[in-house]
Design a protein around this ligand. Structure first.
Ligand SMILES: [Zn+2]
Length: 403
């Protein structure tokens, strides 16, 4: 009897296992279908916006740029409704267009749930720049693998195939890639951040050798205890922050907001402008004697600004800085552009009796600043909270500050 029960239990476990796997497979295909559906819907919405810009742009704003601004307003509208970045909405629209026109069979497999969104995205990003004939070969050879390979393996295969099919000579491809050179700052944990530079390989090698040479020289100094990696990082900071006086270097100042009790030895973290919370000890060091930083003292309970280092900043600049520090990023919902790269916008226009006071000023990136003025997006502000209404009636408040 006991044996029968054990056999039954194990058979039931088999059935449950198969059921679980089947559910996962069905859901996986449903995700791909839903993703394709979302992308199609975005394309359709943006087409409407371009065809009927008056849905997004007011009668006084209709002009030669109305179509462009209607599309921008529609993208922002979809982004806040779907809680996506505007760049994601735009990318999904592009991806759907590319797949539909250049690789229609693959687009159909994606819509049927046979190809994952990740693999479809790989195809869309890699078939741009191929000739029509190359694109057909690309699609034919990838149709089956797209439905059967995991994303990393599929991407590697698709990239190798593209290398064989691409007509553009390597020199020209490099020139195009080099136009995308840039430096990126990425916050990390524990008061640290990454500074990435995407550079032509020869430039990166020159930088690397120079850092090595200088770090090696420092290593010969008596009493030097830093590792090679630490010295290299320190040399890079000195060079890039202008301490070593490279040609064209300009001194920069960065705000550090310190609760007053922290300055006196407390543990409350301070805020480094453009980064976020940093530890109290670092904050005290910066506030006391680092020339490239200016300090803003805040009240221990309310957090309001008590004092700002006026020896370094004039009042209008102070105000701009305070708005920048209050907002951290652009005040449009979902936008992550740092406040220091934003315009300062009068929420209630100066012409409508809006004042130049901190409560009536908000950071808005150039893109969202223009959206506010050129389209039917509107904003209201009560007690420091901005509420945005989209041209189609979606209502969102500004995101809460991240700290
Ligand atoms: Zn913005």
């Amino acid at each position: 009897m006991e044996e029968v029960q054990t056999l039954l239990d194990s058979r039931l476990a088999d059935v449950r296992l198969e059921f679980g796997i089947a559910r996962a497979e069905v859901a996986h295909a449903a995700i791909a279908r839903a993703q394709a559906e979302q992308m199609s819907a975005i394309v359709a919405t943006l087409r409407e916006a371009r065809e009927f810009p008056e849905l997004y742009v007011g009668p006084t704003q209709i002009g030669p740029t109305a179509v462009e601004f209607a599309e921008r307003a529609a993208i922002a509208d979809l982004a806040v409704r779907l809680n996506l970045a505007e760049s994601t909405v735009r990318a999904q629209a592009c991806e759907a267009d590319t797949l539909r026109t250049l690789t229609p069979m693959l687009w159909d497999s994606f819509r049927d749930g046979q190809v994952s969104a990740a693999n479809a995205s790989t195809v869309a990003s890699l078939c741009i720049g191929l000739t029509d004939a190359a694109c057909q070969t690309f699609e034919a050879e990838l149709l089956h693998p797209a439905a059967s390979l995991a994303p990393a393996r599929f991407r590697a295969m698709a990239r190798a195939l593209r290398e064989r099919l691409v007509a553009e000579p390597p020199t020209e491809r490099h020139e195009r890639a080099a136009e995308g050179r840039r430096v990126i700052l990425e916050p990390d944990l524990d008061g640290m951040a990454w500074l990435h530079a995407y550079l032509p390989a020869d430039a990166a090698q020159r930088v690397w050798h120079n850092l090595n040479r200088m770090a090696q020289r420092l290593g010969k100094a008596k009493g030097e205890t830093r590792t090679m990696g630490q010295r290299r990082a320190d040399v890079a900071v000195d060079l890039l922050a202008g301490v070593l006086g490279a040609e064209g270097a300009v001194g920069v100042t960065v705000g550090v907001t310190v609760p007053v009790l922290t300055l006196l030895g407390g543990d409350e973290p301070a805020i480094l402008e453009g980064y976020g919370p940093i530890d109290a000890e670092t904050a005290r060091r910066l506030a006391a004697h680092a020339p490239s930083f200016y300090r803003i003292l805040t009240h221990p309970v309310s957090g309001t600004v008590l004092d700002i280092d006026r020896s370094k900043y004039r009042p209008p600049a102070d105000l701009k800085r305070m708005v920048g520090i209050k907002d951290v990023v652009c005040s449009f919902p979902g936008c992550g552009r740092p406040a220091r790269e934003c315009d300062i916008d009068h929420i209630v226009a100066w012409a409508d009796d809006g004042t130049t006071a901190e409560t009536n000023l908000a950071s808005l990136c150039r893109h969202h600043h223009r959206l506010k003025h050129e389209t039917n997006w509107t904003v209201e502000c009560t007690q420091g909270v901005s509420t945005w209404t989209s041209p189609t009636g979606a209502i969102r408040t500004s995101d809460p500050p991240p700290f």
